[in-house]
Write a protein that binds this ligand. Structure first.
Ligand SMILES: NC(=O)c1ccc[n+]([C@@H]2O[C@H](COP(=O)([O-])OP(=O)(O)OC[C@H]3O[C@@H](n4cnc5c(N)ncnc54)[C@H](OP(=O)(O)O)[C@@H]3O)[C@@H](O)[C@H]2O)c1
Length: 224
């Protein structure tokens, strides 16, 4: 539509235009922690075109301008790390026993995009759901805060023993983030962890991880 505004002499019948692309967003809150609310964590897209015009992302800007007190309806549900952790926290506050959680968080810089920093850190303290005293842990990988890349899978390899121990005692794996290379690299790191800590050959490790996937204990939510 914006292109057509730039060229008003072009009279294109509206029905020739393709339908607008669907945008999928992850729900980042749990109904246990926030009953009757849905939280979305969205980066508002804003850019300058080659013609030096400022443009905002259609859906992200629309969301950012909504009045939360008025509410809106959604028809899709999906899971992400934040949702899961909120849920665990909700269960813990209801004194329901929760299994240990290891959470690996990766972003570019601690300074700019360590989203929910205070929330994560508070859960890693005392007897929080991510605390080591509860058998879990919180691990960060800031990829661009040093001259070499550090990614979540590097942190998983470092903590391979604990990762294996949780997975082997029934833990589920949730992978959320960019769909380009991250999910396959995380999978490879877990293969290495299973080989090393489980002392099995690579093909057995692959079969074991696939069986987790089949039984609903390995989930990937990725976007590009
Ligand atoms: N302008 C900004 O400052 C800024 C900051 C964050 C996000 N964004 C934009 O927001 C959008 C979404 O961001 P996002 O957080 O989903 O993605 P992202 O920032 O592109 O990636 C998140 C983290 O994953 C890392 N990563 C890249 N390849 C990986 C791999 N193979 N395995 C494991 N980790 C890997 C990234 O490191 P590296 O990228 O360092 O390799 C980064 O630390 C992107 O389109 C991005 O352009 C902009």
């Amino acid at each position: 539509m914006k292109v057509l505004e730039d060229f008003p002499s072009v009279q294109l019948p509206l029905e020739w235009l393709p339908p607008m692309k669907t945008r999928a967003f992850s729900i980042s809150s749990s109904p246990l922690a926030h009953p009757n609310q849905v939280h979305l964590t969205v980066s508002v897209v804003s850019l300058t075109t080659p013609f030096k015009r400022n443009r905002a992302g259609l859906c992200s800007a629309w969301l950012a301008n909504l009045d939360p007190s008025k509410g809106f309806l959604m028809d899709e549900h999906s899971l992400c790390a934040l949702w899961g952790i909120h849920r665990r926290k909700g269960l813990q506050s209801q004194s329901t026993s929760t299994a240990p959680v290891m959470f690996f968080f990766g972003c570019r810089n601690e300074e700019n995009d360590f989203l929910y920093k205070d929330f994560w850190l508070s859960l890693a303290e005392n007897d929080g759901v991510l605390s080591e005293s509860e058998g879990g842990g919180f691990f960060v990988a800031f990829s661009r805060d040093q001259p070499w890349k550090v990614y979540v899978q590097d942190k998983m390899r470092e903590r391979g023993h604990q990762v294996w121990s949780l997975m082997n005692s029934g833990a589920a794996v949730y992978v959320a983030g960019s769909s380009t290379k991250m999910p396959s690299d995380v999978w490879s790191a877990l293969e290495d962890v299973v080989v090393k800590e489980g002392e099995v050959p690579k093909d057995s490790a692959v079969r074991w991880l696939r069986s987790l996937e089949k039984s609903g204990r390995y989930h990937v939510e990725a976007w590009s």
